[in-house]
Design a protein around this ligand. Sequence first.
Ligand SMILES: Nc1ncnc2c1ncn2[C@@H]1O[C@H](COP(=O)(O)OP(=O)(O)OP(=O)(O)O)[C@@H](O)[C@H]1O
Length: 586
Amino acid sequence: MSTALPVATPAEVRREAGRLFRRHRTTLTVALVVHVLAAGAGLAGPFLLGQMVDVVTGSGSAARVDVLAAVLAGCIVVQALLTRVAIRRSLVLGERVFAELRETFITRVLGLPLSTVERAGTGDLVARTTGDIDALSRTVRFAVPEILVALVTTVLTLTAAVLAGPLVALGAIVGAPLLIAGTRWYLKRARAGYLWERASYATINGTITETVDGARTIEALGLGDMRVTRSDDDLREAFAAEKRTLFLRSVWFPTAELAYVLPVVATLAWGAWLASAGHATAGQVTAVVLYMVQIVDPVDRLVSWLDELQVGLTSFARVVGIANVPPDRTPSGAVPSGEDIAAEDVRYAYVEGQDVLHGVSLDLAHGERLAMVGPSGAGKSTLGRLLAGIHPPRMGRVDVGGVPLVDLDVDRLRREVVLVTQEHHVFVGTLRDNLALAAPSATDEELLRALAAVDASELVEALPDGLDTVVGSGGHQVGPAFAQQIALARIVLADPHTLVLDEATSLLDPRAARHLERSLSAVLSGRTVVAIAHRLHTAHDADRVAVVEGGRIAELGSHDDLVAEGGAYAALWESWHGSSAPADAR
Ligand SMILES: Nc1ncnc2c1ncn2[C@@H]1O[C@H](COP(=O)(O)OP(=O)(O)OP(=O)(O)O)[C@@H](O)[C@H]1O
């Protein structure tokens, strides 16, 4: 089941944007002032041209025209220089703000509770880290500076037009109602449209990722057509969402274009009448009409970047929304007073109202080996994850040394309990980097000792550059057994007192598994171990066995006691023992 990650409300988006602007207030003010100066220099053009018209149509001298032309040329040069400085400052500001946003986002994503990520599915998160961050990048780097510049230029141009010919400039008003009405109509609908579009991209992403991840299963079960149909449905949804936003743009853009071309025509006609009636000079009309022509460019940019801003704000809402995920643990600073693990009346649900653990209590003494057995879906893995502090219980508590696991910060928790699964990711980087994840300050000797402890010394010696060999995707190929040994070496380095093993060696071929179990037993020595057992010899060798059935511990005791009791475990043992070589059991 997938539950989408939260999206920030418009008020939260405004608050976050306000915070960003406040933090960069000084740089922003400097950039804006330079933009205002550049725009101001640009505005001298129509005014000076108007003056020239008046000089030519009046009785002015040619020398005066020359002076005006020289000033005009000077203004153009100053405008070009100031514009360059202004654009540079805006871009640097955009880059800085975007870098900050990206870092905050990544920190928040890495701090997300695992259960939330699992519930939301990877599609949504991947879409937010890729598509939404890209859209946000365009907005912060280009749209915000462009909008600010266009806004400043528009206001200044209008002011200049009013100053050059107040009466003539009245003609510009005709475009305003159309522009305001069209923009309000668009803005009211744009957020919902773009949110729909972004969510549909996330769904496409999720389906594709899932299809690639499960390619073998899909092929084995012949589910190809089903996945294609599902992708088609996702694409249809995205197509519908894109059609909706396209429709919004197709109404708004032409309306806006009409709204900013109208003033040019209106001021020309209205100005011509005013001039003929003697209420304005030809120079004033020239200047105002030129300002109206000049204003088309900033208003046009304003309109198109405002659309980009809608896309960006939608992405910003999705990125900021990550912060709304409530934390699943609050480190209290309490320090465990021992190494015993105790679960008390633990209940847990993946889906609200559907508990998969129904009040489990369990005490583990330090150094004890407990095996968990039971039918598929009984809740063994879930209980294992709760005992390792991955998920907080819905009710009840899981403590280490008297402190709830969810009261410990993640670094401290991993020094107490670690979950070992069959999923062993080798990160792109050197072997040293991969190991140092568990102990950043470990020396090379310590790293090599950890590898030796898991029987991996020979494998490391065979690597071209030893600890410096780049492994992971695109680097030196590391087989599944070695990957698992790297993971085990990380455990040796992290040195937790308790381990929860969930199918740690079940995916490997038997020869590799036997070899790994030797490595594993070195890691297990001296630690408390909870092993989710698929091969019953693990249970046979454990100090105690917990039989999990239907989200409860149905039986708990030593192998011999449970066999003697003749219950579910005894039946399981009997059927396994009967069908398996007895030698395996020892
Ligand atoms: N991520 C999840 N989201 C929703 N339900 C889940 C999730 N993981 C497990 N469950 C459900 O919780 C119940 C217990 O599952 P769990 O994996 O803990 O059982 P298990 O005993 O470990 O089974 P197996 O031996 O097959 O791994 C099952 O009904 C399972 O469908």
